[in-house]
Design a protein around this ligand. Sequence first.
Ligand code: PLP
Length: 392
Amino acid sequence: MKTQEKSYIAHHVDQLKPSGIRRFFDLASKMENVISLGVGEPDFVTPWNVIEASYHSLERGFTSYTANAGLFELRQEISKFLKTEYELEYNPENQVLVTVGASQAIDVALRTILNPGDEVIVVEPSFVSYVPAVRLAGGVPITVSATEEHAFKIQANQMEAAITPRTKALMICSPNNPTGAVLSKQEMEEIAKLAKKHDFLVISDEIYADLTYDETFTSFASISEMAERTILISGFSKAFAMTGWRLGYATGPKQIIEAMTKIHQYTIMCAPTMAQHGALEALRNGRSSVLEMKTSYRQRRNFVVKALKDMGLSCHLPGGAFYVFPSVTSTGMSSEDFAEELLQEQQVAVVPGGVFGESGEGYVRCSYATSMKQLDTAMKRMRKFVEEKQIQ
Ligand code: PLP
């Protein structure tokens, strides 16, 4: 008789499910001629001046650790950027932490503020990491659904219903992954009122801030009295096409950033030095490249939304990021079946909305961070698929 194998895995890790996105990547990677609208990363290569600055830093011998919180010059530049763009005041000495992508900033922020059992409100559909990151930090994720009826934006009364005495923080993401929804200043003010009334922190993931197309982007910390209760998360991955460089940052109240820096110091030491030199150049001389990429994304967004509507899918116009989130309910299929059969029959990879939370069911996420030529072919294939499914 076979004895049961002993598991060395901690229970809270054992209970985590692998990301649903991975399954589709794995399926797609085994097939030929696949057009992937699944990945959440730019198709552009990092601007050349950024690459050059990074390898020149290596040539000049900058190969050692930097300060734990990151190169002081880079922290100064981040602080200057946030001041110029959003009128925010962060002291580079103790209110800016340079991290290994926004991903690490999210993880460290949660580990810094959560006591076991503290609740964090997560607005879904959301980036796949939030809920697991809260759990790994010992917190309890409380999910609230932002629905298409409200342009995928959470309503204040819905949020208030989710608040309890254990609510420690709220996580928001604007522009949003996967819906592309952008919160207006007024909507943020409603959230701010709740944060003050119930005394919780807001973790504001602003990684897509530079990719806001139709309206002015508002940084949550710029809302009156919110800087003192906001941890702003951002990074270089999306706007500067630097996903592989793994560079992000967090800014916030001194007490919180200093505490975050302690965890960062013991677990990471510092973000990669050469990537920090690249990021410095990106902030100093990379804005025109961001604008060029943004123009291209806007054009692609308009093309994809029109193509999806023309094939009969209802599709909300996303205000930012590089995703569209059409409804597939008219086909009568679940989002998982839609994505799987579309991949098998037409070799187009999209992500089923359910992986972003319950309220994502009935939708699929298509990234338009791929060339117009690929998008054109993908939309033709998808149209054929949808037409066939609707006839059946
Ligand atoms: N936040 C959101 C909303 C994202 O979509 C992503 C990546 O897809 C990240 C954070 C992670 O970014 P980074 O590459 O900086 O870790």
